[in-house]
Design a protein around this ligand. Structure first.
Ligand SMILES: [Fe+2]
Ligand SMILES: [Fe+2]
Length: 274
């Protein structure tokens, strides 16, 4: 190997302008808009946590130059996601939603977890939630984005979806490189995954409710019902994909979304080569 090894995917610098963002940018519905905003408020601190968890173990994988380059690109992509989702939250303030408070709450919880857990478990939270994210973004690229009426926000979610797919295996590969793929690696992997996904579902639902309340829509039953139909439809697709993580021989690259990524990249004009 030479020092010229390149990362398998690029780091793109983005700078979206959310100043024309409408109040309800997803299907013109409070419940769906606030679901995605709630999910988004997990990202700035959540993705900083992912970066720290990978960075903490990176020195032990230096001998694998390709993995080291991919870790560098992973850190670059996640840092950019944190920045752009934070910018989106700043714009949501004008509708009285103040997502920053939810960001801060997420940060406090994650810093507590990080200080209690060993580095291996923190990496497993990242590997597990990268799989959770990889599942969600596939559906986002396949069609959920069509409900996002504001082009800038749609592009934010689609750009993020593309990059989550590009780097979906990095934390998992680092875990396998350091801890192997025997039973001793499997049991903590699936245990932490179960815990992490449960916590994210609870947190994103709570955050959605907080945002609905701040928007004086908490008792908008019609909107909640529409969200219920939306969630039921998509969870039927998500659940079998989440369960794939429990296979002993699971690897994130078992599924190939490259054609979908290519289509999405063209759709939003993200056509640079690296
Ligand atoms: Fe991300
Ligand atoms: Fe990610």
């Amino acid at each position: 190997m030479t020092g010229e090894t390149r990362a398998s995917f690029p780091v793109r610098r983005m700078d979206y302008d959310f100043s024309d963002m409408p109040r309800y940018w997803c299907d013109n519905e409070p419940s769906q808009t606030h679901y995605f905003t709630g999910l988004s408020t997990l990202f700035p601190e959540g993705e900083s946590f992912f970066v720290r968890s990978v960075r903490a173990l990176r020195p032990r994988a230096k001998a694998n130059q390709q993995l080291d380059r991919d870790i560098g690109a992973f850190i670059g992509q996640e840092a950019m996601h944190s920045k752009e989702h934070h910018a989106f939250h700043e714009s949501a303030k004008r509708y009285g939603l103040n997502p920053e408070l939810l960001e801060n709450a997420t940060g406090i919880i994650l810093k507590g977890v990080e200080s209690l857990f060993p580095k291996k478990w923190n990496l497993l939270i990242t590997a597990g939630l990268e799989h959770y994210t990889a599942v969600l973004v596939t559906s986002m690229m396949r069609g959920i984005h069509e409900q996002m009426e504001d082009e800038t926000i749609r592009n934010l979610w689609l750009w993020h979806s593309i990059e989550e797919t590009e780097h979906k295996a990095v934390a998992y590969d680092l875990y396998q490189y350091l801890y192997g793929n025997g039973l001793g690696a499997y049991i903590p992997r699936v245990s932490i995954f179960t815990l992490s996904v449960a916590l994210v579902i609870v947190a994103s639902t709570l955050y959605q409710m907080v945002l609905m309340k701040r928007d004086k829509q908490l008792f908008n039953l019609k909107s909640w019902l529409k969200f219920g139909v939306f969630a039921a439809k998509h969870y039927r697709v998500f659940i079998p994909q989440f369960l794939a993580y429990y296979r002993f021989s699971f690897h994130p690259n078992d599924t190939d979304e490259s054609a979908l990524v290519e289509r999405t990249r063209l759709l939003i004009g993200l056509d640079e080569k690296h």
